[in-house]
Design a binder for this molecule. Sequence first.
Ligand code: SF4
Length: 67
Amino acid sequence: MRTCNIDKNTSNCNCTYEPCPRKGICCDCLRYHQNMDEMPACFFPDYIEKTYDRSIEKFIEYYSRKK
Ligand code: SF4
């Protein structure tokens, strides 16, 4: 059975919210933010991530401008 590689996930995680208990547990992270109509930190560049605005509106705004 495949298990979660928390250490590897954490090493690839750009989230700066340090007290979060979901760090490195990507399935919980995704579900948590999905339930709040948000996206996880790793969907944003660092300068947006550090604002903690993980809204879908911000996600669309950023990726719309990128094209
Ligand atoms: S993106 Fe959200 S749920 Fe995921 S590690 Fe950061 S604060 Fe926690």
